[in-house]
Design a protein around this ligand. Structure first.
Ligand SMILES: Cc1cc2nc3c(=O)[nH]c(=O)nc-3n(C[C@H](O)[C@H](O)[C@H](O)COP(=O)(O)OP(=O)(O)OC[C@H]3O[C@@H](n4cnc5c(N)ncnc54)[C@H](O)[C@@H]3O)c2cc1C
Length: 246
């Protein structure tokens, strides 16, 4: 089936951290139906190149699938990166964005009958935020969910208040932020000093059968995590799923 291209308007832009922007897109009322599953992404056609493939960039949807006409994206600024430069310097409320989608199979299992360990860095949190909102608004599972989020400092953390609120309301949800550039003994019990891998390596060193890891982020993090989980820790291939940003 040919892809449907949607024309949406940017209706809100917020700085989430010094390097990350939250961007909300709204579809016009007469747009074709846009429904998605939590964890999926859209692909934008941005005015940053001549050829189609130079212009296309994918972004995970960070908001929950609520049947509405608005979606939220969460985008990191990469110095010298064409799309992120465009999205940080050349858009404003009212800018028209063309995108296709939703695409992607990085979604929650139909039945959550395993503990889920979500591991991400930076804006790799976007699909997990969508999944967690979706579960929170619908059927929250009985199994444990642990979000392990790697960043450099406290000010880089995205959606921290929401995740802390979720830990207060959902006893089987755990949130750990692993920060690489902070003091040795952080006062907050949910913060650990170190890289994202330190958040799961010790805790889940025993490879039990009913546990699934979902990873999202850039090559270095994903490659290291996959190797640690499969080779180092002995998890099965089907216990590790990932979304690679680049
Ligand atoms: C399925 C999927 C979902 C994604 N979801 C998200 C998301 O939710 N949020 C998000 O932030 N990203 C997401 N990404 C990544 C996103 O698609 C882009 O790859 C990202 O925004 C970088 O694009 P860019 O055009 O800014 O960088 P590019 O121009 O593609 O450059 C890529 C890299 O090369 C470097 N570079 C570029 N030009 C130069 C130069 N002249 N000299 C030196 N270095 C250079 C850039 O710094 C950057 O690190 C996703 C990717 C995929 C595949």
């Amino acid at each position: 089936m040919p892809a449907i291209w949607y024309t949406a308007l940017i209706n809100r832009i917020e700085s989430a951290t010094p390097r990350v922007r939250r961007i909300w897109l709204t579809l016009p009322e007469d747009a074709p139906d846009f429904s998605f599953q939590a964890g999926q992404f859209v692909t934008m056609d941005l005015p940053i190149g001549e050829k189609r493939l130079q212009r296309w960039r994918s972004y995970s949807i960070a908001s929950a699938p609520d049947g509405g006409r608005e979606i939220e994206l969460c985008i990191v600024h990469m110095p010298g990166g064409l799309a992120s430069e465009y999205l940080f310097t050349r858009i404003e409320v009212g800018t028209v964005i063309k995108f296709k989608g939703p695409d992607g199979a990085f979604v929650l299992p139909e039945k959550i009958d395993q503990d889920l360990i979500m591991v991400c860095t930076g804006t790799g949190v976007a699909p997990f935020r969508s999944m967690l909102l979706n579960l929170d608004q619908g059927n929250w599972p009985d199994r444990n969910i642990h979000l392990i989020y790697g960043s450099r400092t406290r000010e880089d953390l995205l959606y921290a208040e929401e995740f802390l609120d979720l830990t207060a309301r959902r006893p089987n949800f755990q949130y750990t932020a692993t920060l690489s550039r902070i003091e040795e003994h952080p006062k907050e019990p949910w913060i650990k000093k170190g890289y994202v891998h330190s958040g799961y390596e010790e805790l889940y060193s025993e490879p039990v059968a009913d546990r699934k890891f979902l990873l999202c982020g850039w090559t270095n993090m994903i490659d290291t995590a996959v190797e640690k989980l499969l080779v180092g820790m002995g998890y099965r291939r089907d216990q590790v799923g990932y979304e690679l940003y680049g």
